[in-house]
Design a protein. Structure first.
Length: 582
């Protein structure tokens, strides 16, 4: 290298280190405080906590709106890959994407922070009204799963969708403001306006691209998965419809969304009248079982559990979040999960899932720069969480942790693997609905027929008839804004352009499971597999791109053949999906 080149490289490296140090100094304490406020808001539902979230998120976005720092980051990256060491370049790239995402005016920042916090509060505060009583999501799910009356499940399903028309309350408990669906449309418009300020057509594409994933690549991948899952899904769906028609004593043509025993048909109904895992888990301590599961992998989750909030509050008074999530308040030092645990397979799997996110964050190298103390991409984290859920289908885990006999464990594993294949089919089709709808929502939030479009996509990908053909846009009926059932999905508020990560995470998870089998001899209960994940995947954080991580961990680019092989059909697809991704 000529002396001039060395001088340029030295200047670029010094500029990069100064930029990183300044941003880390300013943003690390702000983001920790913002995360702490968000945790309090989700756990308590207190209005003052959501106000604190709004204030702190606005401060974070305002700090990232610095145009001069974005310009410097762009110049460093444009200087070439040899200008700065790879680790420093990776930090600059991560900061560049975050800075670019926030190059919006102060008024827009304030409105985004306010609207997102207020909408999250509306979702948290909502409880379905069923026959004049307030019920939780857990109760809605129980009715849908257990009741055999069409009238009962329809009432529960419709009660759960009322969130889309929910108008929240003012400070004294009176109904106030526009509905959730109307506010979501406004939020999408605002996000789009912000995206246009940073050079994107809409916020959906901006979120994907600045998250290092090409929208074109994503939809090529989704199209491939749609084609490959369509024939086996249609075969499964015919059998399922026959079974459900018998269960509810109706004709298959009379089946509607509430008959599928799940609010969105994102998971398949259990086979038969009793799920053996629910029976086995009845009365068992879900957290203790999860702790033992992670102990066997070499991960101590007790510090995470000690900071977490795991059980539902009083359904009459609690305003806490009814869902589940993992929050890295200050990874790897402070990681927490929120759950609403009740006995049974559902919350056993969900607890393992969220703690899977937890061990990823808690295993990050604490010496990493702040901007790299994270996963390379959310899909990598989802892959781990989904892999942890698969303990439920492992005979060794069923024996060691649940104490089943080898014969019973093998029988449950065999049934569980078949159900996993069905779950992958059902979940793939559901994600297609979410992704195609969200893309259309951001492309035109002003269209009058969003409620109709939602049911068009449900019918196309999930093959479920819309609730009422004449009210929901079929047979030439006009759109009805009251039928914005799509707005019942909370992900549209706090996690824009996120849902595909679950499916791509499943694809990577199947590939990762294969790699662990080859490298370590299996996964569940295997300390060698735990060490492999900790040292080679978790600890390095975001020092590599997600494409590089997948290739290094599994020996090849992202490949759907492993995921499609779980569907128990011949001729797996072998087209690699990682080569053109961003």
């Amino acid at each position: 290298m000529r002396s001039h080149d060395r001088s340029t490289a030295s200047f670029a490296e010094a500029t990069a280190r100064e930029l990183d140090a300044t941003l880390e100094r300013d943003l690390e304490p702000l983001e920790i405080a913002s995360n702490e406020a968000a945790w309090e808001a989700e756990v308590t539902g207190a209005p003052e906590a959501f106000q604190r979230v709004e204030e702190l998120r606005a401060r974070v976005m305002t700090r990232l709106a610095n145009r001069d720092e974005l310009r410097r980051a762009e110049e460093i990256l444009a200087a070439g890959e040899d200008a700065v060491p790879p680790s420093i370049r990776r930090q600059v790239l991560r900061w560049r994407n975050r800075l670019a995402a926030n190059q919006v005016d102060a008024e827009t920042i304030a409105r985004l922070a306010r609207d997102e916090a207020e909408l999250a509060q509306q979702y948290n505060g909502f409880r379905a009204d069923l026959d004049g009583r307030s019920v939780t999501d857990n109760e809605i799910d129980r009715i849908l799963l257990e009741d055999r009356s069409s009238a009962a499940v329809e009432a529960a399903w419709r009660a759960s969708k009322a969130i889309s028309r929910h108008r929240g309350e003012d400070g004294v408990g009176a109904v106030a403001g526009p509905s959730v669906a109307e506010r979501l449309r406004d939020l999408v418009r605002l996000r789009n306006a912000a995206a246009r300020q940073i050079g994107f057509d809409n916020a959906y594409r901006a979120n994907l691209e600045l998250g290092e994933m090409s929208q074109d690549w994503l939809y090529q991948t989704l199209d491939l998965l749609e084609r490959e899952t369509r024939p086996p899904f249609q075969a499964y769906k015919r059998e399922l419809d026959s079974e459900l028609a018998r269960r509810f004593a109706i004709e298959p043509a009379e089946l509607r969304p509430w008959h599928y025993r799940d609010r969105f048909f994102q998971t398949p109904p259990p086979v038969g009248d009793e799920d053996e895992l629910d029976r086995v888990l009845d009365g068992r301590d879900i957290v203790a079982l999860a702790t033992e599961s992670f102990d066997q992998l070499g991960f101590d989750i007790r510090p995470i559990v000690g900071r977490s909030d795991l059980y539902p509050g009083d359904p009459e008074t609690s305003k806490r979040c009814q869902h589940a999530f993992c929050m890295s308040v200050d990874a790897p030092r402070d990681v927490r999960i929120l759950c609403n645990i009740t006995p049974g397979k559902r919350w056993m799997g969900t607890t393992l899932h969220e703690l899977g996110h937890g061990i990823y964050a808690a295993s990050l190298d604490p010496e990493l720069p702040f901007v790299l103390r994270d996963d390379p991409h959310t899909l990598c984290n989802e892959a781990i969480a989904l892999l942890m859920e698969r303990h439920l289908h492992d005979a060794g885990w069923l024996e060691r942790v649940l104490g089943l006999s080898p014969e019973e464990a093998r029988a449950i594993e065999e049934n569980g693997r078949r159900r996993l294949a069905v779950r992958h089919l059902v979940f793939t089709r559901w994600v297609l609905v979410m992704c195609h709808f969200e893309r259309a929502l951001y492309e035109n939030p002003d269209r009058d027929d969003l409620g109709v479009l939602w049911w068009d996509l449900v019918e196309r990908f999930q093959e479920i008839r819309r609730p009422s053909p004449r009210r929901y846009g079929a047979e030439g009926a006009s759109p009805d804004h009251r039928d914005d059932d799509w707005a019942a999905k909370i992900h549209f508020v706090g996690h824009p352009a996120y849902y595909q990560n679950y499916l791509i995470g499943e694809v990577f998870g199947a590939q990762l499971e294969h790699a662990l089998a080859a490298e370590c001899g299996g996964f569940a209960g295997n300390r060698d597999a735990g060490a492999f994940l900790r040292d080679r995947m978790f600890r390095p954080g975001a020092t590599r791109s997600w494409r590089d991580l997948i290739a290094e961990i599994s020996g090849k680019p992202l490949d759907p053949s492993y995921y499609l092989a779980t569907l128990e059909r011949g001729g797996p697809v072998t087209t690699p999906l990682g080569s053109s991704a961003r």
